[in-house]
Design a protein around this ligand. Sequence first.
Ligand code: IPD
Ligand code: CA
Length: 262
Amino acid sequence: MNDISLNHLLDVAICAAEAAGTHAYENKDRRKETSETFQHDVKLVLDVESQRKAEAIIASEFPTHGILGEEDATPNLSTPYEWVIDPIDGTMNFSHGFEYWCSSVAVRQNQKVIAGCVFAPDFNAYYTAHIEQEAKLNGSPIRVADTASLQNAMVVTGLSKEMEGSREPHLEMFRMLALNTKKVRINGAAALDLCRVADGTCDGFFETGIYLWDYAAAGLIAEQAGAVMATYPRKCDLHGATVLCSNEHLIEGLRAVYTKCI
Ligand code: IPD
Ligand code: CA
């Protein structure tokens, strides 16, 4: 099977992320249409509808490729290509009318992420990268910050939907980093957080219990902008992982904090 060009795959990722994000954005007035609620999460009718919009773009170009979406999966073992979709990352924000949310589409070949786009409609921001191209924001190259110490860093994190109570390592990491960095921030959309590390707005990111669709596209974008990702999958769950991300100066410090907290 011939390889598909990275530019072609990225173009389709951009169109798919745009289709999902635009659908949600244009239907904001339906943001309270809920299909399920949980202690720390909500599922919207628009989550599923928006994923369908992304899937339709991908299927029209690559009908045999596999899909791994937050809302639904259609694996296909006969192809090495798989699309990883989060139609609305930051659903809780979106449902409250808080603009910090995005749509994320990545494509993997033999399980390696090779191209991806994160689209944040309220900011008209398209973050893109493929493995042979620098990360870009709306077509212009972006780069991680050069902050040299955790003491001077602004680090962003999120609260997983599966917090396990007071023994959750994330809470201890939060405490340690709050005491040992300049600031810790919680914005509510992991994919966009990683893109804000990529564009140098934030210095680092950490979260436990996040899923591949939260970080597939944005992790590649961050790496192609000069970031280092450290990913620790959970033993019992292929998708739930701890993800650390920062420039090369800060990553060992983040790893050291994580190691103390598990
Ligand atoms: C969530 C957001 C949030 C993060 C959670 C994710 P969703 O994704 O990225 O920032 O803290 O861990 O699950 O559910 O809105 O797609
Ligand atoms: Ca989501």
